[in-house]
Design a protein around this ligand. Sequence first.
Ligand SMILES: [Zn+2]
Ligand SMILES: [Zn+2]
Length: 554
Amino acid sequence: MSEKIFIGVAWPYANGSLHLGQIAGANLPADIFARYHRTKGNEVLMVSGSDQHGTPTTIKAEQEGKTPQEIAGIYQKEFLDCWQKLGIAFDLYTTTGTKNHAEVAQDIFLKLLEKDFLYRKTVSQAYCPKCQRFLPDRYVEGTCPYCNTPGARGDQCDACGKLMDAPDLIEAHCRLCGTAPVYKDSEQFFLRLPAFRDRLLDWIKTRTHWRSNVLNFTTRLLEEGLIDRAFTRDIDWGVPVPVKGFENKRIYVWFEAVIGYLSASKQWAKEIAGNEDKWRTFWEDDVKSYYFIGKDNIIFHTVIWPAMLLGYGGLALPYDVPANEFLTIEGRKLSTSKNWAVWLPDYLSRYDPDPLRYHISINMPETSDTDFSWREFVRRNNDELVATYGNLVNRVLTFVYRNFDGCVPEYGELGEPDKNLMKKADDCLVQTGDLLSKCNFKQAIMTAMAAAHETNRYLDEKSPWKVIKEDRHSAANSLYVALYAISCLKTALYPFLPFSSQKVNEYLGFQGNVEEAGWKPNPPPPGQKLQEPKPLFTKLDESIIEEETRRIGT
Ligand SMILES: [Zn+2]
Ligand SMILES: [Zn+2]
């Protein structure tokens, strides 16, 4: 029985290039998970898109003298290019700027309003007397009243993660001109979040499979109690509020962006699946929905979006929200404003995708922050990817290709060590599959790499390169067993290293892609014609460590 797996991935703001923090936090784990389930034969829908609305895009547009649309268009194109080069295989990567998204967001708005989960209330709204405009949350800055850190924004404090309203800030000022804002009355719609608290508490008790950081954070939020949240804002860039008298207001981007998961599914059904109703398979039926996000985004996916789904009715709540911790860069907190980051387009212009996917996977910030350093990147590439796995594949395939007429050797009766290694290769697939299904990515890739080590040890003992001179049959046996193990490894490593696994698949003489062959050993049959192999990975010169480190922060 195939499972239905929905994978929602955090929506990046269309206001700047992608960086490794986003890749480690959400995109790479999501892609690994999707590739595993597709190979397993499950029905997968993985969607995301650019968050075009909200003030990050308008701030950027003002800085560059462009329109928000122009900014959003530039980054949408760049993001799509990055996904393709890094191998992040979305079923659809769209934007919140589509007509479809606006319609779906307005439909949810109206349904929540109809069910009385939204109500009107007059609030005082930050207004800059000098700029003569209402100030969106992110245009108000000040000191966080909870942790006293300066530079907190009117929507959230990055230092302690607390959500807030602009008037909560100490010494608030307009980020455009530095003037202290005044507050003017304005009518907004509010979401009755407390109305969902009991149902969310009951639901969260059934989420025992969640990562403890996500579960504890969410439980604490719910136990502390929820407050009503403004659902609309006085801005002109975003999805219009579909109510008379609210023409100058927009649906607040935080609520509107999470609706993107549903609107993207509907767009996918119409435009790609060719069946307008196909989205229902991933929202209404027996589906497991996973949301891959960074830890700063947990509340939206474990409280607010579930509340909206409960309010709307009939749509699946998240099955799991495997939020990752943060990736630090060279020992320091990543900061895009200080340019303390490794930018994805930069990386992809100089290096192959798989070494980065490998490094981030085996160093994934699943339960605590982890660090990216160029020294570790080069070391892992050279010592692990090239020396352990790449070298194993290359020496076996090259030797077989040259000594057995470019074909998989015929084998005879296998001994205990041979059967042992084959069993270990089978087990490796079972174990990595089990770990992947539980979103334990780091453990999964370590398990696969351990099997590569085992295979190297087996070959060191068997030494077919020497044995072939006196006993060709025995050498053929051990080389066949090594090919069997390599074939398992290319599947086990496929979710992490899709480009090199596909190459191995072709060197082994297979047509088609690894995914189609399924999550099983698939050994190449004796006699199958091989393709001439080339090295899978390139050794990196240590000089790049200094070169690349110097780029950061400058
Ligand atoms: Zn101002
Ligand atoms: Zn704070």
